[in-house]
Design a protein around this ligand. Structure first.
Ligand SMILES: NC(=O)c1ccc[n+]([C@@H]2O[C@H](COP(=O)([O-])OP(=O)(O)OC[C@H]3O[C@@H](n4cnc5c(N)ncnc54)[C@H](O)[C@@H]3O)[C@@H](O)[C@H]2O)c1
Ligand SMILES: [Zn+2]
Length: 386
């Protein structure tokens, strides 16, 4: 088991990464001296596989356990309606200030349960047990919680750090191949922004990992590979969050690499394109922009695109380059979106401050910088190449 510490003003906490950790949640929670009640939030699919192990482990250690299950995890559940239902369930379970919310699931469960924990009785302890690759490398670390409003994603939320994050690699074995693939976009991102070694590891072993998984083989090699990339990505996020917890100093913004273009692509697809796929295309576009500005070598640009393709993620706005047919050709507007349309989606992004678009652009593999003052013409020209 590997242990990474996240140090924040909202508290310091360990992220534990390893195999078969679900069985140890009880003893781990006891070590933290958490209060007697635990309230597990999950969804029915995840619960069918993992709830009993978590519940048993907590009960064995003397915790009084209750739970609330979403029918499924979907962005639509990050809503005011579901949140208020959850608050009431928490009150009905007589949760007190010392009770703990255990978020067992992906980013949807984590964001919703995290926000509920941060607001119930002005904040009660929270433990994240991420069960998707995205949640293990990204959403469970860093303390962002949120629900959506009809006007936009993650509009209402809080910064609320958990007491503990338990990432059991074994849970990733039940994920679908396309879920895994889309989460790899965030891992490639981590390599590009901070970790050339991680990037090289993905270049070396990424394609064979997916070959094996597609053939239904998820053995020791694949698990060890996942464990390494989860650990390296989690470490990068933990370091960035430590230095810029509330995204006020600029550093946390680098986690947005590929997302300025990516969010626009996601929005243009009416959120039917997977986030990871949109970010993959976003990274290709950001690298193209960097290359044109003389910030990045063509060789590094090509290496990034080659890796994205090797993993099986889309590397261009053109649907014929979308290898997985995850839906883009049908969902993408016929004939594609014009660069002007995509630019206007970019300008609607909530991360834009004072009307100024800032881009995270790569300098080399493993290093990025933040650039502003890029003209609309430059952006459109990058988009028009597809
Ligand atoms: N808080 C943050 O910092 C942050 C960062 C990135 C993303 N997010 C949020 O995360 C959400 C996306 O999260 P996600 O990608 O984890 O998806 P998700 O939570 O929607 O889960 C995807 C699917 O996987 C299923 N699932 C979960 N674990 C499983 C397992 N082990 N085996 C089989 N199926 C499993 C779920 O039931 C669901 O159907 C978005 O709402 C996004 O806004 C938050
Ligand atoms: Zn992302």
């Amino acid at each position: 088991m590997k242990r990474i510490y996240v140090r924040t003003h909202g508290g310091n906490y360990p992220v534990l990464i390893g195999r078969n950790l679900l069985k140890s949640i009880g003893p781990l929670a006891r070590q933290l001296r958490l209060g007697p009640k635990c309230f597990i939030v999950s969804d029915k699919k995840i619960a069918a596989r993992y709830l009993s192990t978590v519940r048993r482990s907590l009960k064995k250690c003397g915790f009084d356990v209750s739970s609330y299950l979403l029918p499924y995890s979907d962005e639509r559940n990050k809503s005011e309606r579901v949140l208020s239902r959850l608050w009431r369930e928490m009150a009905e379970a007589s949760l007190e200030r010392t009770s703990t919310v255990v978020a067992l699931g992906g980013g949807v469960v984590g964001d919703l349960a995290g926000f509920a924990a941060s607001t119930y009785m002005r904040g009660i302890p929270l433990v994240h047990v991420p069960t998707t690759l995205l949640a293990q490398v990204d959403s469970a670390i860093g303390g962002k919680t949120a629900i959506d409003l009809p006007s936009g994603k993650n509009t209402v939320g809080s910064f609320y750090q958990p007491k503990l994050v338990v990432s059991d690699i074994e849970t990733l074995k039940t994920l679908g191949v396309s879920d895994l693939r889309n989460s790899f976009a965030e891992i490639i991102k981590c390599g590009m922004i901070r970790d050339a070694r991680l990037f090289e590891l993905l270049e070396r072993d990424g394609a064979s990992f997916f070959d094996a998984v597609k053939r239904g083989r998820f053995g020791k090699t694949e698990t060890a590979f996942l464990e390494t990339i989860v650990r390296r990505s989690a470490k990068i996020k933990a370091g960035i969050v430590h230095r810029d917890e509330r995204e006020t100093k600029g550093e946390r913004m680098i986690l947005n690499y590929g997302h300025t273009f990516g969010h626009a692509i996601e929005a243009a697809s009416k959120f039917r394109m997977a986030h990871g796929s949109a970010v993959a295309i976003g990274m290709v576009l950001a690298a193209r922009l960097a290359c044109r500005r003389g910030l990045l070598s063509i060789e590094a640009q090509n290496r990034q695109r080659a890796l994205i393709r090797q993993i099986g993620l889309p590397s261009s706005l053109r649907s014929e380059d979308y290898p997985l047919k995850l839906g883009l050709p049908v969902q993408w507007k016929k004939g594609g979106h014009s660069s002007g349309e995509l630019l206007s989606f970019m300008k609607r992004d909530k991360k834009i401050r004072d009307g100024k678009m800032r881009f995270v652009l790569p300098r080399t593999i493993g290093r990025v910088e933040i650039c502003s003052g890029i003209s609309d013409r430059e952006i459109k020209s990058v988009l028009s190449e597809g």
